[in-house]
Design a protein around this ligand. Structure first.
Ligand code: M6R
Length: 365
């Protein structure tokens, strides 16, 4: 049932090109995003007041990426909330507001409680869910399924990717109705989404290279992920993936925050995983690399093919992704980070599919 793979996690990482195709192909027609399962009228969409994204864990990290992308596509502010905080925060949410709930299992207790709280206050609930017919799906006004197929490994991979894809499609669809996105950018995004499966295949071909890097990193006990903007959102997921399955202490920091405290932890040999995929801020990413190297950090960098030459001059340990639209970079960037965590955990002999103390679906508080 693992399809020849040693673990479900590895199988599910490799299923991502197909899963992304499933989640997106039928929702793109003739260069346009068509969401047949979106039961909202254009008027309802135009009348949306505030937008919230509510979720836990990796689904929350998708929400972080979603905040950057939806704000850019819609020029509206988007609030991302941890479900466990939202539910007890006496949230300022009500009629006319849209609450986007993200959950793979559709059964996460805190997410469900947050959904009910928002619904009780009159908000429209749109959920992005993988498990068909799950509780969250049933209690939502609108459901967009991710169609990733069953995810068995506790560490989410293909669900994360497809949630992000669906959120991007939703943003594009809303942008059309609201008239907020430049036509060129819209078309480039659609073409970019169509290319993702093939580009993900190319990343998966680097698995052996990433395994070699993992062998060099597996003995660490502390790791720092750094990045800015979409790379920051991605660093949160990279860091969670690593700690969840390899038990290495890992933290994600917005690079600009280093000087406000964290840099004191960087000493000779500290491993810093520097994310430098987000093209508009590549120069900033480079200067943060130089900055931590000056304090003795050993850097592993992730960047795009077009920046690999420049990054490679400073950093010998390098993982690359194909170039794509700015807003789609985390869709590709997450794949090498998943592989890295997987191979590090493999080298450490961890129980990859069932890490200690964790459950696939968190139905208790
Ligand atoms: O099923 P959900 O998406 O609601 O689950 C949320 C989190 O429990 C989940 O993403 C968790 O963080 C993953 N194990 C991370 O890999």
């Amino acid at each position: 049932e693992k399809g020849g793979y040693e673990h479900f996690m590895l199988k599910e990482i490799h299923e991502q090109p197909r899963a992304i195709r499933e989640a997106t192909a039928a929702r793109i027609q003739g260069g346009q995003v068509v969401l047949r399962d979106l039961n909202m009228t254009d008027q309802q969409i135009r009348d949306i007041n505030k937008i919230f994204i509510v979720a836990c864990g990796s689904s929350y990290h998708v929400g972080m990426v979603g905040k950057y992308n939806l704000e850019r596509m819609l020029r509206r502010s988007v609030e991302v909330c941890l479900a466990s905080e939202f539910r007890y925060s006496d949230p300022i949410v009500g009629k006319g507001d849209l609450v986007i709930v993200i959950s793979q299992s559709g059964e996460t207790l805190d997410t469900m409680a947050a959904l009910r709280e928002a619904k009780r206050r009159g908000a429209h609930i749109l959920s992005i869910v993988n498990v068909v017919g799950s509780s969250i799906a049933r209690e939502s006004h609108t459901v967009l399924y991710t169609w990733a197929g069953p995810e068995i490994a506790v560490a989410t991979t293909k669900a994360y990717s497809t949630q992000m894809a669906v959120l991007n499609l939703l943003g594009l669809y809303f942008s059309q109705v609201m008239g907020t996105l430049d036509h060129e950018v819209y078309s480039a995004m659609v073409r970019g989404i169509e290319k993702l499966p093939e580009q993900m295949e190319r990343i998966l071909e680097q698995a052996e290279h990433i395994h070699d890097i993992a062998k060099r990193c597996a003995g660490r006990e502390d790791v720092f992920f750094i990045g800015r903007n979409l790379d920051y959102a991605l660093s949160l997921e990279g860091s969670l993936k690593l700690k969840e399955i390899s038990y290495i202490h890992s933290e994600a920091y917005a690079s600009g925050e280093l000087k406000h405290g964290t840099i004191s932890l960087i000493e000779d040999g500290t491993l810093v995983i520097a994310l430098g995929t987000y093209t508009p801020l590549f120069d900033k990413a480079m200067s943060n690399v130089v900055e931590v190297q000056a304090r003795g950090a050993q850097v592993l960098a992730l960047t795009t093919e077009s920046h690999a030459g420049e990054m490679g001059k400073r950093v010998p340990m390098l993982m690359t992704i194909p170039d794509t639209e700015e807003m789609l970079l985390p869709q590709l960037g997450v794949v090498p980070l998943q592989l890295l965590s997987y191979y590090i955990a493999l080298e450490r002999g961890c129980d990859i599919d069932k890490p200690r103390n964790l459950a696939k679906s968190v139905t208790v508080e």
